[in-house]
Design a protein around this ligand. Structure first.
Ligand SMILES: *[C@@H]1O[C@H](CO)[C@@H](O)[C@H](O)[C@H]1NC(C)=O
Ligand SMILES: *[C@@H]1O[C@H](CO)[C@@H](O)[C@H](O)[C@H]1NC(C)=O
Ligand SMILES: *[C@@H]1O[C@H](CO)[C@@H](O)[C@H](O)[C@H]1NC(C)=O
Length: 303
């Protein structure tokens, strides 16, 4: 059965089937892998740190048997591996023998050189690029200053909300102090002090801790000049750079009654976009130096 030219969902679909079909105990040799896409069912078995080799191979075989036209793999090893060891290179070789092109993410370990993990010549490797326009989620502070953070924020907040710094509201009952809560680490925030407020965190996270603590919104500090992995969250979020975070923290310190609101995101054209995302892995090919590995950029992907 020919399923047509669908994209990235494919591999996740087959991988999920493969994982469902084999019990966890039957995995003596799990392969470290990073996944640059969400696939809830993969959690635990094939999520932040590892995928089972036989699951990866069986996913390729199932896709080939189904007669797909293209296999899109947003999964890979954190570092390049020997071609004869890596299940993605072996699985995609079988796909090629069957006339199926495999497209794989270059990996997300950039921007240092030789960080590409998708190195075999029979895979089409892709980089991530920023999109244009940028998605700006402005933060209005009670003192009238506007800080332009980024995120995909579909929420509309009305009025101003009390603004607090995460380092000031640790969950002391659970043994946390400000040096941990400032990063909005899991369970580190005191619900009584966070509920109904907008919170400034010193790290970029999923927003889950802030949401569980009852925050209205979260301002997340990215420790660099420019954050290009724009994402969406389950509460209003704006990601700011270090300088912007310092300005917001100063305002919080300067008043008893700091307030803020996070605005719904808007499209802002960026004259320098599109450009390759900072986190995308770079060449040259660390395994086979004589093979020039071209990384393709498709304009405007991101989360
Ligand atoms: C805060 O908690 C961390 C982690 O539990 C600990 O290492 C650190 O010493 C604590 N800091 C203070 C000032 O108590
Ligand atoms: C502090 O903010 C509250 C509303 O959040 C307001 O009612 C109160 O008047 C403010 N106090 C000062 C000193 O600005
Ligand atoms: C456009 O992108 C560059 C990154 O190259 C960034 O420094 C700049 O702030 C962006 N401009 C706007 C308006 O977002």
């Amino acid at each position: 059965m020919k399923k047509g030219g669908f994209l990235r969902a494919f591999f996740f679909f087959y991988l999920r089937e493969a994982i469902a079909a084999t019990p966890l105990a039957a995995t003596p040799d799990p392969l470290p892998a990073t996944i640059s896409n969400s696939g809830d069912k993969l959690k635990g078995r094939c999520w932040t740190n590892r995928c089972a080799t036989e699951d990866v191979l069986s996913a390729f075989e199932a896709a080939i048997a189904d007669g797909v036209d293209i296999i899109s793999v947003s999964v890979g090893s954190p570092a390049a591996e020997d071609l004869f060891q890596n299940p993605f290179s072996i699985g995609s070789f079988h796909a090629m023998q069957n006339g199926i092109l495999t497209v794989q993410s270059a990996a997300n370990q950039g921007p240092m050189p030789q960080t590409i993990s998708s190195v075999v010549p029979w895979i089409l490797s892709v980089a991530a690029s920023t999109k244009n326009p940028d998605l700006i989620s402005s933060i209005k502070l009670g003192n009238g200053i506007v800080v332009n953070g980024v995120s995909v924020n579909p929420f509309t907040l009305h009025g101003m909300y009390p603004l607090i710094y995460a380092g000031d509201v640790p969950n002391v009952m659970a043994g946390f102090n400000g040096s941990v809560s400032r990063f909005c680490s899991p369970n580190s925030l005191d619900k009584n002090l966070v509920k109904g407020k907008i919170i400034l965190c010193d790290a970029v996270s999923s927003g889950e801790t802030e949401m569980m603590a009852g925050a209205v919104g979260s301002i997340m500090k990215y420790p660099g000049p420019y954050f290009d992995a724009v994402a969406s969250y389950t509460l209003p979020v704006s990601v700011v750079n270090s300088d912007q975070a310092i300005r917001i923290a100063r305002y919080i310190k300067s008043t008893r009654n700091a307030t803020a609101v996070i605005m719904k995101s808007k499209d802002v054209k960026n004259a320098s976009a599109p450009f390759v995302a900072s986190f995308t892995s770079r060449g040259p090919n660390p395994i086979t130096k004589s093979i020039l590995k071209v990384i393709h950029v498709v304009l405007g992907i991101i989360n």
